[in-house]
Design a protein around this ligand. Structure first.
Ligand SMILES: Nc1nc2c(ncn2[C@@H]2O[C@H](COP(=O)(O)OP(=O)(O)OP(=O)(O)O)[C@@H](O)[C@H]2O)c(=O)[nH]1
Ligand SMILES: [Mg+2]
Length: 321
C-alpha cells in the first residue's frame, strides 16, 4: 500500500519511501527495491533539472523562487540535494542550508535534504532512486541541487536532463572555483545576483561567458548552451529560465535525444550498481577478508604491484563461488 499512497501523491508516504531507500538495513533495501520495481511504470514523467554553483552563489534562493513560481503555474516540484561533503563528514552542509522555508511548506512542493553516506557514489545512488519515487508521486519538475566543489556535478548531470550552472557576476571561471569541465556540462549558464550595483557587471559577465560558450563542444546536437542573467533575490529573470528549460525539453524531445539520454543514463547506472554490489560482496568474502591486511601492507610498502594484489583477491573470490 505504500506504493498506492505514493501514486496518490501522498508526501508523507513519499518521505517514508525515501527513508527506506536511504536506509542501510538489508531488509529495508529489499523493500526499497521491490517498491521501485512496482513504481517503475509510473516514473519518467518529469523534467529533471540539475543545479550547481559555488557556495553562496544563490542556489537555494534561486530554487526556492523557481519552485514557488512553478507551483503557481500548476506544477508539482520536488527538490533533492546531493552534497559531496556529506559523504566525507557524514554531516551535510546543504542539508542545513537547503531549508527553503517557503518552498518546504508549499503543499505542491517536496524538499528533501541530502542523504548522509560514506561515498559520493552511495549518496548519488540514493538520490537517483529518490528521483524515481518523486516522479511516481506525480512531481513533474525535479530539481537536484549540488554544491559546486567539483566532484558531484558529473554525478548530477548523469541523472538529469538539463544541467544549470549558477555563477556570480564578474570573474573568470577560475576565479569562481569552477572547473572548465563543469562549464562544459552546462546546458544553461545563469549569472545570478544581477541586481543593484552588480547589474552592469552581471551583463558584462554574460557577454564574456557567452563568447566562451561558442567555443565549447555542445553536449547534444539539438541544443546549444545558453547564458542568461537573473536575480533570485528580486525574482527577476526566473520565469525566463523556465522558458529556456521548456525550450530545451522540446528540442530534445523532438529530436528523440531525451529518450536516448535517459536510456544511456539508466544503462550506466546499471553498471555502476553492478560494480558497487560486486565490490561490497567481495570485501565481505571470508577468504578475501583474511587476505586483505597482508596484501594491503605489501602494496603500501611497495613490495607488490597493485595489479597483482587485485588479481590475487579476485582469484580467491572466484575460487569459492
Ligand atoms: N543580491 C543578491 N543576493 C542574492 C541573490 N541570490 C542569493 N543571494 C544572497 O546570497 C547569499 C547566499 O544565498 P544561498 O541561496 O544560500 O546560496 P547557495 O548557493 O545555496 O549557498 P550554499 O548552499 O552555501 O552553497 C544569501 O545571503 C542570499 O540572500 C540575488 O539574486 N541577488
Ligand atoms: Mg544552498
Amino acid at each position: 500500500m505504500l506504493a498506492e499512497q505514493i501514486k496518490a501523491g501522498d508526501r508523507r508516504a513519499l518521505a517514508k519511501a525515501i527513508t527506506l531507500v536511504e536506509s542501510t538495513r538489508a531488509d529495508h533495501g529489499d523493500q526499497a527495491t521491490a517498491l521501485l520495481e512496482t513504481l517503475m511504470p509510473h516514473t519518467g514523467n518529469s523534467i529533471r533539472l540539475g543545479i550547481s554553483g559555488a557556495p553562496g552563489v544563490g542556489k537555494s534562493t534561486f530554487i526556492e523562487v523557481l519552485g514557488n513560481y512553478l507551483t503557481e503555474q500548476g506544477h508539482r516540484v520536488a527538490v533533492l540535494a546531493v552534497d559531496p561533503t556529506s559523504a566525507v563528514s557524514g554531516g551535510s552542509i546543504l542539508g542545513d542550508k537547503t531549508r527553503m522555508e517557503t518552498l518546504s511548506v508549499n503543499p505542491n512542493a517536496f524538499v528533501r535534504p541530502s542523504p548522509a553516506g560514506k561515498t559520493l557514489g552511495g549518496v548519488t545512488r540514493r538520490t537517483r532512486e529518490s528521483l524515481l519515487l518523486c516522479e511516481a508521486a506525480g512531481f513533474d519538475v525535479i530539481i537536484i541541487e549540488t554544491v559546486g566543489v567539483g566532484q558531484s556535478e558529473t554525478a548530477v548531470s548523469d541523472m538529469t536532463d538539463m544541467f544549470l550552472l549558477l555563477l556570480s557576476p564578474g570573474g573568470g571561471d577560475d576565479l569562481q572555483g569552477i572547473k572548465r569541465g563543469i562549464m562544459e556540462l552546462a546546458d544553461l549558464v545563469l549569472v545570478n545576483k544581477a541586481d543593484g550595483d552588480q547589474t552592469h557587471l552581471a551583463n558584462q559577465t554574460v557577454s564574456d561567458y557567452g563568447a566562451a560558450l561558442h567555443f565549447m563542444q555542445a553536449r547534444t546536437p539539438s541544443w546549444t548552451p545558453r547564458i542568461q542573467s537573473c536575480s533570485a533575490l528580486h525574482n527577476q529573470g526566473v520565469a525566463e529560465v523556465w522558458q529556456t528549460a521548456q525550450e530545451f525539453r522540446s528540442a530534445l524531445t523532438d529530436s528523440g535525444e531525451l529518450l536516448t539520454l535517459r536510456a544511456q543514463q539508466a544503462r550506466a547506472w546499471m553498471w555502476s550498481e553492478t560494480a558497487e554490489a560486486l565490490i561490497a560482496d567481495l570485501k565481505n568474502h571470508a577468504t578475501v577478508k583474511a587476505l586483505v591486511p597482508e596484501l594491503e601492507r605489501a602494496v603500501l610498502a611497495g613490495e607488490l604491484p597493485a595489479i597483482v594484489a587485485a588479481q590475487t583477491l579476485i582469484k580467491h573470490y572466484k575460487a569459492s563461488e
